[in-house]
Design a protein around this ligand. Structure first.
Ligand code: CAA
Ligand code: NAP
Length: 248
């Protein structure tokens, strides 16, 4: 995979960091996005990865903003070459019951979690089609599959991500491109640490595995899906949730 370039949005988050590391370990040239280089201390993040033996590049980008994504794509391809692998991982929560939800919380989640799939993927799909190769993985959620108290915005965005995946997989299958969704259950990151403790404990109690998952549980599936050999797995939604939600 030495020549394949992989872009991971939100690659400096909890799940994204592990995806970057496992892709780099598998031989991909990996680039993460970061929203704000000052605020996120991305240079420190990069140095920490370097100390672990992973050489990962970064580029500034707000995935909710189409023009920011266009500028990011231009910079990435000029500096690193064509992007073969795209992992749409950036995401946020703004939890509230619908009857208490501000429009700003609805808009923020739809923009960052769902509109981002268009904003980012649109920049790279032509190149993938022209080259006859591409791997796209969209990070959805168990809560997009089954809904969740307080997450009408988030559940809608994550269900939407899989609709996007299925349609794009059909459009792209004859062009050597696969598009798949990974649906994590509750994974130990800052995102789940923000759930009120009492609520989090009651959620963990409902997970048949008896614990939250780890970011590495998600990253291993991403690496599997983007492999050249995984070319017949297309339009799928892969659950990684400790049996919290099972379907056929
Ligand atoms: N199951 C059953 N009942 C629930 C519930 C649940 N999951 N969540 C809330 N309720 C009930 C409460 O028990 C409470 O009932 P009573 O009125 O009878 O006491 C009622 O709903 C109101 O709950 P709150 O007092 O907590 O109301 P709130 O307005 O302060 O907050 C909430 C509501 C925003 C939903 C809050 O409970 C919350 O943050 N829940 C966690 C939501 C969640 O799981 N988010 C996941 C974030 S991580 C993520 O999204 C990653 C991923 O993809 C998995
Ligand atoms: P996290 O640690 O909070 O990471 C989220 C990442 O998204 C961060 O790098 C964040 O950057 C980035 N991001 C947020 N807004 C952005 C924007 N506008 N433009 C570009 N990047 C942006 O959360 P996580 O748990 O790793 O979640 C990663 C993905 O997995 C999300 O899509 C999430 O919905 C999904 N997921 C998580 C779980 C879970 O249990 N943790 C379960 C299912 C699905 P900043 O650091 O600047 O905020």
């Amino acid at each position: 995979m030495a020549n394949r370039v992989a872009l991971v949005t939100g690659g400096n988050g909890g799940i994204g960091t592990e995806i970057c590391k496992q892709l780099a370990a598998a031989g991909y040239k990996v680039i993460t996005t970061c929203v704000d280089q000052e605020k996120e201390k991305i240079a420190e993040w990069q140095a920490a990865r370097k100390a672990e033996g992973f050489d990962i590049a970064w580029v500034q980008c707000n995935v909710a903003d189409f023009d920011s994504c266009a500028a990011m794509a231009k910079k990435v391809e000029a500096e690193h070459g064509p992007v073969d692998v795209l992992v749409n991982c950036a995401g946020i929560t703004r939890d509230a019951f619908l009857h208490k939800m501000e429009k700003s919380a609805w808009d923020a989640v739809i923009n960052v979690n769902l509109n981002s799939a268009f904003n980012v993927t649109r920049q790279f799909i032509d190149g993938m089609r022209n080259r006859g190769f591409g791997r796209i993985v969209n990070i959805s959620s168990v809560n997009g599959q089954r809904g969740q108290f307080g997450q009408t915005n988030y559940s809608a965005s994550k269900a939407g991500i899989h609709g996007f995946t299925m349609a794009l997989a059909q459009e792209s299958a004859r062009k050597g491109i696969t598009v798949n969704t990974v649906c994590p259950g509750y994974i130990a990151t800052d995102m789940t640490a923000a759930i009120p403790e009492e609520v989090r404990n009651s959620i963990v109690a409902q997970i048949p595995a008896g614990r939250m998952g780890q970011p590495s549980d998600i990253a291993r599936v991403v690496v599997f899906l983007v492999a050249d050999e995984s070319d017949y797995i297309n339009g799928a939604a892969i659950p990684v949730n400790g049996a919290l939600f099972t379907s056929f």
